[in-house]
Design a protein around this ligand. Structure first.
Ligand SMILES: CCCCCCCC/C=C\CCCCCCCC(=O)N[C@@H](CO)[C@H](O)/C=C/CCCCCCCCCCCCC
Ligand SMILES: [Ca+2]
Ligand SMILES: [Zn+2]
Length: 275
């Protein structure tokens, strides 16, 4: 009897609409197998942007540490779990989506958090990474206590990241970096506005027959992370591998205001040996 009950509970967490969250987009509009169609499809933006970022960051990751690639490899899983979540609105989908975001943030903090901002008892990056991993394991377990609060807690990291960026930008006068900081913060602001409007203004958007704000958030947040992580990589390269003479370039034209930013290392290994 108890066995039947617990196996029903296990299958229950996988079942469609077992999550407490239902986003503004109407359910089952285009398919009986996909609960939120546009939210599911827009999650695939992660699959397009992640390989481009892995390619663009490769010269820097090779010089600095290949573990940097973990961030964008894990972003592919964020996209996959996000698509699964919106396709099913299941409890398992929600937890996978939220836990994968938490772990990307943990890896991002481990590899990129500026050493000069470490608490005084931290000796080096290895010790900092161990601390971050320990906190993330505990947080992952606690995230099952009140799953609906997780998304709000995760968004607070966006605010903390802005604070860290502001501190780092204080000592940076490079005009391209300043432009990239403005673009990243602008994209994040637009993204979070869409996320909040979808959560709290749904009745208005339904009256206007425009329930796609969460899907638009997916597209904007992945762009904000692409732009923001290029800036963070640039600042990190200046701190950790200054001999590589890091610079920012915009594709396809360096002078365009809205080009795609990427990191170039003008110093070679040869330059390093000569120094
Ligand atoms: C010095 C530290 C550097 C750390 C860099 C870390 C970079 C990666 C960070 C975050 C990945 C964000 C992934 C977004 C996933 C979207 C999936 C999604 O939509 N999930 C929702 C449900 O479908 C869920 O409700 C969303 C929850 C909120 C997630 C908030 C994540 C914080 C994002 C911070 C990004 C800041 C970019 C800053 C640029 C200036
Ligand atoms: Ca919905
Ligand atoms: Zn989503």
């Amino acid at each position: 009897m108890g066995g039947v009950y617990s196996s029903e509970r296990i299958t229950g967490v996988f079942s469609y609409e077992s999550s407490d969250i239902d986003w503004c987009e109407d359910n089952y509009i285009h398919s009986e197998h996909v609960v939120e169609y546009f939210n599911t499809v827009s999650s695939f933006t992660f699959f397009i942007i992640a390989p481009v970022m892995l390619y663009l960051l490769h010269p820097y990751a090779k010089e600095r540490s290949l573990s940097i690639h973990m961030v964008w490899v894990m972003m592919i899983f964020v996209g996959l779990f996000s698509a699964y979540f919106h396709m099913t609105l299941s409890f398992v989908g929600q937890m996978l989506d939220e836990l994968s975001i938490l772990w990307v943030l943990a890896v991002g903090y481990s590899v990129w958090f500026p050493r000069k901002l470490y608490p005084s008892f931290i000796k080096d990056r290895t010790m900092f990474s161990r601390l971050v991993m320990g906190i993330t394991v505990v947080t992952s377990v606690s995230s099952f206590v009140k799953p609906t609060a997780n998304a709000y807690a995760l968004n607070c990291f966006g605010l903390h990241l802005l604070y860290v960026l502001a501190l780092e930008m204080k000592s940076c006068s490079d005009q391209k970096a300043v432009r990239l900081a403005k673009l990243s913060v602008g994209l994040w602001t637009l993204a979070i506005t869409c996320w909040i409007s979808d959560r709290f203004g749904c009745s208005l958007w339904q009256r206007l027959n425009f329930c796609y704000l969460h899907g638009i958030w997916h597209i904007l947040i992945v762009m904000a992370v692409a732009y923001g992580s290029t800036l963070i990589a640039y600042l990190d390269a200046n701190n950790e591998i200054p001999y590589s003479l890091p610079g920012l370039q915009y594709w396809p034209c360096d002078k365009w205001a809205l080009g795609f930013p990427h990191l170039v290392l003008k110093g070679t290994t040869k330059t390093r040996k000569q120094c």
